[in-house]
Design a binder for this molecule. Structure first.
Ligand code: URA
Length: 256
């Protein structure tokens, strides 16, 4: 196993964060400073792992994954000194603060829907790193009846990619979920995870945005979860994530 994976797994943090800590010299193995994130380590032989001056327990943490319907106005953060309505507060209320859960891909405060939470740092990385191209599916409510021609033109342009603040934003595909006189709901499938990407795409076409809901992340869907509900993944959902992990690790060597 690589040092990076050990730190991710035992400290329950994302790959990027683990790498930054190793690069900054904040990780010690058996008392020695280690600076190469790709150094091979035998987890059975390690006696002590220290991250930012603190000893990290070495027993194998059982990986757990939860899904949450983040309601509007809840902050996708474990703690915020200025705003108490956070995912972290919900975890503390449910007595889950000791599991070392991290949020795999945040949602804006005014967005809602599926958030995956896990103590499996590798999984966080797989679900969020753009190189793995894991699909995130959003439903976007636009309070306007849009002509079909206009919608398909928008999808075409979004698939080709639009430029915004020096970045190219694009969707993998789109479809119409609902179209009534009161408004239009579009489904957009994205794989990159850029900041405010859906809002920026919608703004590019000068459309108003009433509601933004993430309905799926990789193979896991929001299903019948209600706003504020948090539940452990079912066995089939866990199995779907495991097979995604296997598939991405066997083909997605770009990020290794
Ligand atoms: N795109 C956004 O603009 N906001 C989100 O919260 C998620 C995707």
């Amino acid at each position: 196993m690589r040092l990076l994976q050990l730190v991710q797994r035992q400290a329950g943090i994302a790959r990027r964060k683990a790498k930054a800590l190793i690069d900054r010299g904040e990780v010690r193995l058996d008392g020695e400073l280690v600076l190469d994130p790709f150094q091979e380590v035998d987890p059975e032989a390690v006696r002590e792992l220290e991250v930012q001056g603190r000893r990290v327990p070495l027993e194998r943490k059982e990986p757990v994954v939860y899904k949450l319907y983040k309601p509007r106005e809840m902050l996708s953060s474990l703690y915020d000194p200025k705003y108490p309505h956070t995912v972290g507060r919900l975890l503390r209320r449910r007595g889950l603060q000791g599991l070392g859960l991290a949020i795999a891909g945040r949602l804006d405060r005014d967005a809602e829907g599926l958030l995956l939470l896990t103590n499996d740092g590798e999984l966080v990385n797989l679900l969020t790193h753009p190189r793995y191209e894991v699909e995130k599916v959003y439903h976007v409510a636009i309070p306007r009846l849009l002509p079909y021609r206009h919608i398909y033109e928008i999808f075409r342009k979004m698939q080709r990619g639009v430029r915004d603040e020096g970045e190219r934003l694009r969707i993998r595909r789109g479809r119409i979920v609902r179209r009534t006189k009161d408004g239009t709901v579009l489904e957009l499938v994205l794989t990159e995870g850029k900041k405010h990407e859906v809002k920026r795409l919608i703004r590019h076409f000068k459309l108003p945005l009433e509601r933004l809901v993430r309905v799926a992340h990789g193979p896991v869907t929001l299903g019948s979860l209600k706003p504020g509900e948090l539940t452990r993944l079912t066995a089939p959902e866990r199995a779907a994530l495991e097979s995604l992990k296997k598939r991405l690790y066997s083909t997605g060597s770009k990020a290794r």
